[in-house]
Design a protein around this ligand. Structure first.
Ligand code: TYD
Length: 426
């Protein structure tokens, strides 16, 4: 798909040359129903340098569909992955809660599957090596596959061997040849990024040892709808999974979902374990979640259309609140510069007339500007020095940690604004 572009400071009305999916990426049926449009939008992790601000910025449609056959929620428009993942500004280890989360995943793998010391664990989309560093601490042999050389270099610096590549059959075969089959293949927050789910899953099956386990973590569509987390929709996330469509996909490749657990991360995710069928029978959690998805209407278009209505109402409410505070003379900044924040800011059209800047802990993002609305990204120290009246909590998934961390700011009268599920001042 070709992007449309927007010249700095000017709206472009050029139509993009859209490469729109007509078939579901899991079941292949022509039963996709569009229920929400958030675009055109810039790429959510495309933080711009001052120099890039002067050039036209790529915009892509951001339309969300539901497949009435297999129930997969998905984007119709596919941005070429090279445009998003070759240089990546997101660092897993920049968020303390994620470091703890991945220590937990490593411990969970060891406890459930007792891989032998030196057993190969392949992490696809290994980012800065945060998870594999933990796996290696348990005596396992880690190998990362990461397309972004800049974050892969951070992992290498930590002693985590990393191949710079998009994972596919060729990479799987190279790993089997050079390192042997994997006891576990892990893909956290990467499966939703994959357009060719068939090709990816086939390559995982090639890489897995006979008794190996494939572990994925993906944001859970049920949590996204329940908590109105529409901002987790951006071009990198091509699919929004429930257990049912995932099970259907894996079955086609001879894998069975043997366990699912719900996680708090990223606003609510699922950790899904898939193994060859001679593994122990699936746990009750699997059938229970599928039954819950069915009972709660996740198989009917109506549910998604109602979500779209609620998203629009939320936008109006949030913008109304911010404008009212601004009219009273308040100074407001954005707290965190997550990708999801850029969906929210662009969809709600919240720019420099409302927020002075955003702050973030990721060094790569400092000195850059948020895509689309072009807010400067500054280090946390600026927030502490400035003490603005309000901080719009764009990184709402870390609300608990951030509210605790900013106790002094709050004690001195500073207020946070939670954007979802209902705008609230705290
Ligand atoms: P995250 O929600 O993990 O991901 P995504 O980009 O997929 O939406 O990103 C959180 C961002 O918030 C990340 O850039 C780091 C930043 N952050 C802070 O600035 N301060 C904090 O205290 C925490 C926990 C995160």
């Amino acid at each position: 798909m070709m992007p449309s572009t927007r010249a700095p400071g000017r709206r472009s009305n050029r139509k993009s040359n859209r490469g729109v999916l007509s078939r579901c990426r899991i079941c292949g049926c022509q039963t996709l129903e569009k229920f929400l449009s958030l675009g055109p939008s810039p790429l959510a992790n495309n933080f711009l340098t001052a120099e890039q601000l002067r050039r036209p910025e790529p915009y892509f449609p951001l339309d969300v569909c539901f497949c009435t056959t297999c129930w997969l929620v998905q984007l119709a428009d596919v941005v070429p992955p090279e445009a998003m993942f070759t240089e990546y500004l997101y660092l897993t280890g920049a968020s303390q809660p994620m470091r703890l989360h991945f220590a937990g995943l490593a411990a969970d793998l060891v406890e459930r599957f007792s891989p032998p010391r030196g057993g190969l664990i392949v992490d696809i989309g290994s980012n800065d090596g945060t998870f594999l560093e933990q796996a290696q601490a348990h005596g396992l042999r880690g190998l990362g596959v990461e397309p972004a050389a800049n974050v892969g270099a951070v992992a290498q610096g930590r002693g985590v061997e990393t191949f710079t590549a998009f994972f596919n059959m060729e990479v799987a075969e190279r790993i089997v040849r050079e390192k042997g089959p994997a006891r576990a293949v892990v893909a956290t927050n990467v499966f939703a990024h994959v357009h060719d789910l068939d090709g990816f899953t086939a390559a995982v099956v090639r890489l897995l040892a006979e008794d190996g386990v494939f572990v994925i973590e993906v944001p859970y569509v049920v949590d996204m709808l329940d908590r109105l987390e529409f901002d987790t929709i951006y071009h990198e996330h091509l699919s929004y999974f429930g257990v049912r469509p995932l099970s259907l996909l894996f079955e086609r490749f001879g894998l069975q979902v043997t366990h699912v657990s719900r996680l708090k991360v990223h606003g609510g995710s699922i950790r899904v374990y898939a193994q060859r069928p001679r593994a122990p029978a699936p746990s009750r959690a699997v059938s229970e979640l599928v039954a819950k998805e069915t009972a709660q209407g996740f198989g009917t278009l109506d549910t998604y259309e109602r979500f779209a209505q609620r998203v629009k109402a939320l936008r109006d409410e949030l913008v109304g609140l911010l404008r009212q505070l601004k009219a009273q003379g308040a100074r407001i900044v954005g707290y965190g510069a997550p990708a999801k924040g850029n969906t929210l800011l662009n969809f709600c059209k919240i720019g420099t007339e409302i927020l002075d800047y955003v702050i973030d802990t990721t060094p790569f993002k400092h000195g850059r500007y948020t895509p689309g609305v072009h807010l400067p990204v500054l280090p946390e120290t600026r927030f502490q020095a400035d003490r603005p009246d309000y901080a719009l909590l764009l990184a709402w998934n870390y609300a608990e940690e951030i509210l605790k961390k900013e106790g002094v700011y709050r004690a001195q009268g500073g207020k946070f604004i939670m954007p979802i599920p209902h705008p609230a001042v705290i």
